[in-house]
Design a protein around this ligand. Structure first.
Ligand SMILES: NC(=O)c1ccc[n+]([C@@H]2O[C@H](COP(=O)([O-])OP(=O)(O)OC[C@H]3O[C@@H](n4cnc5c(N)ncnc54)[C@H](OP(=O)(O)O)[C@@H]3O)[C@@H](O)[C@H]2O)c1
Length: 288
């Protein structure tokens, strides 16, 4: 039985770690608030560690899924961090959506100690994590990816090595840029349809089969029309992700004019108390 560890049992990490344990691996978990680790153990079995370093001890691979760059640093670095706890030749896979710069920094720290690193942000949301059908975008060495990919199959439907370290995070930035622009297009179209007095159920059933169809339209179109915004990926999170993409765009000279406008719309939603609404809440700006 391969020994693995998972650090960060949030909305995403909790079910991901659960899939690993259910797949027959010997999983040790660490979570900052201990109660979540206890709840996880009651549900899935497995082991609990007191620090990320202790979780990583003797593991072939350690996975992590926390909030942002600083959160990753706090579980990865220092004496009690994942990297210190890893054996030489063991792998640290970070599933957090973070900067490409952080991925390179962690890779440097790990490789200086003979340890291996893969950045591996995910797409597919809470439902994707629970159903084990995430898309995983990776950056690192081929041999490291090959080893990790076999195990990530427990919760991933598709994994791709995009290139060297940081490339997984760059791919995730593109994913976020494309997806918020799709949501805004859908919000404008559906709000137009409501003002025009169209039957939006019939409309979605019809145009989702043509060139305007999208995952967003299939999964969020009807709830957007109903003003329901309780479907996982929160406005606070998407603004964190867009901030990472804007910083990278500045460095590489990419133009994100329209995406910046959408970030301003999400900021308006936050200011009106919609921090925890899901990202399809862009349509709420069209309601009188
Ligand atoms: N939710 C989604 O739909 C989704 C989809 C794709 C990607 N993501 C990305 O996946 C990552 C995790 O998202 P999530 O929805 O699972 O978040 P979440 O539910 O808020 O969970 C965050 C996890 O990170 C831990 N954590 C946060 N800061 C920490 C720190 N400084 N030290 C130690 N542990 C810390 C939390 O521990 P506590 O329990 O102690 O707070 C918790 O286990 C984020 O980068 C997010 O952008 C999320």
């Amino acid at each position: 039985m391969k020994k693995l560890a998972f650090v960060g049992l949030g909305v995403m990490g909790y079910p991901m770690a659960g899939h690993l344990q259910k797949a027959g691996y010997d999983v040790c978990v660490y979570n900052r608030s201990h109660e979540k680790a206890l709840k996880w153990q009651q549900e899935f079995g497995g082991r609990i560690a007191e620090t990320p370093a202790l979780a990583a001890a003797d593991c072939e691979i350690v996975f992590c899924c926390v909030g942002n760059d600083e959160d990753v640093r706090s579980v990865a670095l220092g004496e009690t961090g994942i990297i210190a706890g890893l054996n030489s030749g063991a792998i640290f896979v970070d599933h957090t959506t973070a900067s490409a710069e952080l991925a390179r920094e962690l890779n440097n720290v790990a490789s200086a100690q003979g340890k291996l690193f893969l950045d591996a942000p995910v797409s597919g949301g809470q439902a994707g994590a629970e159903n084990g059908v995430l898309t995983i975008m990776c950056g690192g060495e081929q041999k490291v990816f090959d080893q990790a990919a076999l195990i990530m199959n427990a919760y991933g439907r598709f994994s791709q090595l995009m290139g060297s370290c940081g490339s997984g995070q760059l791919a995730k930035m593109v994913n976020q840029i494309c997806f918020v622009n799709t949501v805004q297009g859908l919000a404008e179209g559906l709000s137009f349809a409501q003002k025009a007095g169209l039957d939006t159920d019939k409309l979605i059933e019809t145009i989702s089969k043509g060139a305007a169809g999208s995952w967003q339209m299939d999964n969020r179109g009807k709830t957007m029309c109903a003003g329901e915004f309780d479907f996982g990926f929160a406005v606070d999170w998407v603004r964190k992700d867009l901030g990472i993409a804007f910083a990278e765009a500045e460095k590489i000279g990419a133009d994100l004019t329209v995406t910046k406008q959408l970030d301003g719309y999400y900021q308006e939603i936050q200011e009106n108390g919609g921090n925890r609404w899901d990202t399809s809440s862009l349509i709420s700006r069209f309601k009188e």
